[in-house]
Design a protein around this ligand. Structure first.
Ligand code: ADP
Ligand code: ZN
Length: 436
């Protein structure tokens, strides 16, 4: 396979040199962080006299963690490390789990961000030849603008379509013959289910690739999108606190996401003890962003669960990969005492070809017990007068769920387009036990 790089020296740098670069950048980042009211206090409390006390990368453990709550408390300007005049952009997280948090970038920060996003895109083989329809929401959310600049920088023709208005999306795909899409996986599945009704078929388009991210999804969901749309689907991970998408991206081998280690330092910790875990073990991803002048963030607790894949990748990049995100530490459901991640349920149902493109998990109280209901749409082919197939499918889903998560769930099957569709990130769980 022909491998193209944006910055070959950096992308394939040997580990020792890469780690030396990280240590140097970490010291600079701590120096920059000391300029903020938040970190000057936090660093003083952890009794680190100064960045010169960081002798090796392992010394990162001397630094304090930063949480989403810290960012909220520092709102609006408590974490700014430069004069406001130097800031050219702000972004905010979508607030999936509460009040939004804000990040700031200088012009130089933006250029650094573009450098890693364009690297991410070229890793999938993208370039000047491509027409890129960016179907992620533009605005405060980093999803839209995040890849936009990287794609422009590579010379791709960028269509800033933003999310929603499926009919218009199809029209653009058709008229401009877009060959690369960027969207949430749930939106791509939804769009596919609308295609026929809106008068289009796959052969009207020139689709070749899609970048999907912003929400957890299973390997089977990826495969489903690849088969339905007959394209290659690449996983893209990012969060607004770390400048959004482009942080970790799959290369042409589609086997874990390269996290750009010259721009970030990653750690995996046990979320309960906060102790570091060895490479390969699953835990919470903790990230330090390097070189960001406007808003340094040290050891940010992402709450996302993953593991480091330490083996080298055949593409030649030396930056380590992370595995598909399993979920967030805070989206784990406890159902009658059993711990379940929504991703485990998705894995079971998306394996079945009869299952359609949308599903919803409902947890509620039934007397003293918790009741789990999995609602899923079925494909149009299953909607015949003979209900035996539906009955059998329901039975199989129930059995497979029981085998995988040890819970007897109620399964509801619905016709296509029955379940609600979100414009941005899909809302897959309705926990009715929580007081609203
Ligand atoms: P929030 O959702 O916290 O308001 P963001 O909009 O920045 O903030 O979303 C970032 C979060 O989205 C990540 O922390 C992660 O939980 C989720 N996410 C992003 N990309 C992926 C992906 N490829 N796979 C799984 N989860 C993802
Ligand atoms: Zn690779």
């Amino acid at each position: 396979m022909d491998i193209e790089y944006r910055d070959k020296a950096m992308e394939t740098m040997d580990r020792a040199a890469l780690e030396a670069h990280q240590l140097q950048a970490l010291r600079e980042t701590v120096r920059q962080a000391q300029k903020t009211s938040f970190y000057s206090k936090a660093l003083a409390e952890c009794r680190l006299e100064g960045p010169e006390e960081l002798h090796s990368l392992a010394d990162i453990r001397k630094l304090p963690f930063t949480s989403k709550q810290d960012l909220r408390e520092a709102y609006p300007y408590g974490m700014l490390a430069v004069e406001k005049e130097e800031v050219v952009r702000l972004h905010a997280s979508s607030g999936t789990t509460g009040k939004p948090t804000v990040i700031y970038l200088t012009a130089e920060d933006l250029r650094a961000c573009t450098a890693v996003t364009s690297r991410s895109l070229i890793a999938t083989g993208a370039g000047v030849q491509d027409v890129f329809q960016n179907m992620m929401t533009y605005g405060l959310f980093t999803g839209g603008l995040g890849l936009h600049y990287g794609a422009e920088n590579l010379g791709m023709l960028v269509i800033p379509a933003s999310s929603g208005n499926t009919r218009k999306q199809f029209r653009m795909m058709h008229d401009f013959q877009s060959n690369i899409l960027h969207a949430t996986p749930s939106y791509l599945l939804h769009a596919y289910s609308q295609m026929g009704e809106m008068g289009y078929k796959l052969s009207d388009f020139n689709l070749q690739k899609a970048y999907v991210g912003a929400e957890p999804h299973s390997e089977d969901t990826r495969r489903k999108i690849e088969e339905l749309l007959r394209i290659d689907v690449y996983n893209s991970y990012g969060l607004s606190e770390m400048n959004g998408p482009g942080l970790a991206f799959e290369c042409v081998y589609k086997d874990g996401m390269h996290l750009w280690e010259d721009a970030y330092i990653m750690e995996i910790i046990d979320p309960d003890t906060m102790e570091p875990l060895p490479d390969g073990e699953e835990g919470e991803l903790v990230l330090t962003i390097l070189h960001r002048k406007a808003m340094p963030l040290l050891r940010y607790r992402t709450r996302d669960l993953t593991r480091i894949i330490p083996e080298p990748c055949p593409c030649g990049r030396t930056h380590r990969r992370i595995a598909r995100i399993k979920g967030r530490t805070d989206d784990m459901l406890i159902i009658n005492g059993v711990n379940v991640f929504p991703s485990q349920i998705e894995e079971v149902i998306m394996k079945m070809p009869e299952v359609g493109t949308n599903y919803l998990i409902v947890v509620e109280k039934q007397g003293a017990l918790d009741k789990l209901t999995v609602k899923t749409e079925v494909t149009r082919e299953l909607l015949t007068d003979d209900t035996r197939d539906l009955y059998k499918l329901k039975q199989r889903i129930r059995e497979n769920l029981k085998a995988s998560i040890s819970i007897s769930a109620t399964v509801e099957l619905h016709e296509p387009d029955f379940l609600p569709v979100a414009q941005g990130k899909a809302q897959r769980v309705e926990d009715r036990r929580k007081p609203v």
